[in-house]
Write a protein that binds this ligand. Structure first.
Ligand code: BGC
Length: 479
């Protein structure tokens, strides 16, 4: 999830009144939702697929980590270049390109004759994820009239969690046959759907105007604002007139914007180093170690305890983020995450190690296993109503306008980078210090994040982007 446009994420629900939504706007909504689902599917699917991959290729712990985590490396590169690509060739071709890469990458994964080819497939898919994670929210936020933009942007977040859930469901349905190739290959289906949805759509009026293609811009506005195309056009022209030239990289790192930059990077990093993707990617292995004896039991626990809870709690956050504010949600979420991880750590102290080999038989779920399960449910729910969506909301609203594009890109890159770090080293970490200490380490990082957010992150609820910018100017003494 990446550069969502900010006013949207922070727009109070009451402002998002009932603008008539045209057929084309529904189509745009479907594009953003399917793009989110794709992203989530590829995040989630590996949890179930690893079991079959390990059986077939007999890979080491390190290679399991590479196969799991290199999607995030590809995404890191994809997200970094996506903005430039979407500006040059357009948002629509960028999304289409990402979807085609997806299909290609999914097929490479599904037919991989050896682990190396599989890793190449993961990188290609990741690259597509990264491009889509920037281009799709951009497309949606530029297509939607201001008042429904918030719904479109949260639609993307919802799509991601729904995609993770869907991946877990597919893993569960296919778990009996070790069908890891089918699990990975299935991601070609939503990618193809995305191509079909984007084919009849046009590019965004804003992009056409930026290229001087006024006729195309007018046609695009007529499609999404059939009620009042002239007002739609005026709205876009006015917002382009307010555009500020993009700052140079030197300015992004200049002293006067140090605070928002450090805040953006800090939020992005804390969202990952508190363990979310270790749980999302390795859930089945964790449940296996918690005594869930069959593959079917492990995938069922992953689907419902992690996947479904994640979707439901995200919906709660979307409903409350503008009413309760960002800080209370973040702080309350971190308390829930920290305490539940501590309990999971204690549960694992009396359990066996997370197995390197897939577990098909074990002693069954013990009391400690139940504590681990409940702990993980609380952890995922706490993340999903706080750090999950709220970090992205904040990242998209704290940067001053002229460095926003690049600031968001830097924060996003740090997010993918730390996601890679955690998923790359989680299993090795559990091998060397044990699972209990690994979960306690994540819990300690929740505490550090709590103190840091308490101390440094300002409340932005109800503040306009201009007020937030003025606050940084005042603090750095620059007017
Ligand atoms: C994070 C992802 C994570 C997802 C889980 C997002 O906010 O950026 O890394 O996998 O939440 O729902």
């Amino acid at each position: 999830m990446a550069s969502t446009t900010s006013e949207a994420a922070g727009a109070p629900p009451e402002e998002q009144s009932s603008v008539p939504i045209s057929r084309w706007l529904w189509l745009t909504g479907a594009v953003i939702l399917v793009a989110g689902v794709l992203f989530g599917y590829d995040q989630g699917v590996i949890a179930g697929a690893l079991i079959g991959i390990e059986k077939e290729f007999n890979v080491s712990t390190q290679l399991v980590e590479v196969i799991t985590s290199w999607v995030t490396l590809g995404a890191l590169v994809g997200a970094l270049i996506a903005g430039t690509v979407a500006d040059r060739i357009g948002r629509r071709p960028a999304i289409m390109g990402a979807a085609v890469l997806f299909v290609g990458g999914a097929l490479v994964e599904a037919f991989a004759p050896n682990p190396t080819v599989l890793v190449v497939g993961r990188l290609i898919v990741g690259f597509g994820v990264g491009v889509a994670s920037v281009a799709a929210p951009l497309y949606a936020s530029e297509m939607a009239p201001t008042r429904v933009r918030g719904r479109f942007v949260s639609g993307y977040q919802f799509g991601i969690t729904f995609g993770i859930f869907l991946a877990y469901l597919v893993d569960e349905l296919l778990s009996s046959g070790d069908a890891w190739r089918a699990m990975l290959g299935v991601s070609a289906v939503p990618a193809l759907l995305l191509v079909l949805l984007i084919l009849p759509s046009s590019d965004t009026p804003r992009w056409y105007l930026s290229k001087g293609r006024t006729d195309d811009a007018e046609r695009a506005v007529e499609r999404v604002r059939p009620d009042d195309p002239a007002a739609g056009m005026a709205e876009i022209e006015a917002s382009i007139a307010e555009d500020v030239p993009q700052a140079t990289w030197a300015e992004v790192f200049a002293k006067r914007w140090r605070t928002p930059l450090l805040l953006g990077i800090g939020l992005a990093v804390f969202q990952q180093i508190t363990g979310i993707n270790a749980i999302i990617y390795y859930a089945n292995k964790i449940f296996a170690a918690a005594g869930f004896s069959t593959v079917a039991d492990q995938t069922a626990a992953t689907t419902w305890a992690i996947g479904a809870v994640n979707v439901v709690a995200t919906l709660i956050a979307v409903a409350f983020v503008d009413r309760l504010g960002r800080r209370p949600l973040l702080l309350a979420g971190l308390v829930g995450m920290g305490l539940s991880l501590t309990a999971v750590g204690f549960a694992f102290r009396s359990l066996s190690d997370i197995p390197a080999e897939p577990v098909t038989q074990s002693a069954g779920v013990t009391n400690s296993g139940v504590v681990a399960l409940v702990g993980l449910v609380i952890y995922i729910a706490s993340f999903a109503f706080s750090l999950g969506p709220v970090v992205w909301t904040l990242i998209n609203e704290i940067f001053p306008r002229d460095i926003r594009g690049r600031g968001v890109a830097v924060a996003t890159a740090f997010n993918w980078g730390s996601a890679w770090l955690v998923s790359q080293f989680f299993l090795s970490l559990t091998d060397s210090i044990g699972q209990a200490s690994t979960f306690w380490l994540f819990a300690a990082l929740c505490l550090v994040a709590f103190v840091w957010i308490w101390r440094y992150v300002p409340e932005t609820r109800g503040r306009s982007l201009e007020e937030i910018e003025a606050m940084w100017r005042q603090r750095s003494g620059v007017e």
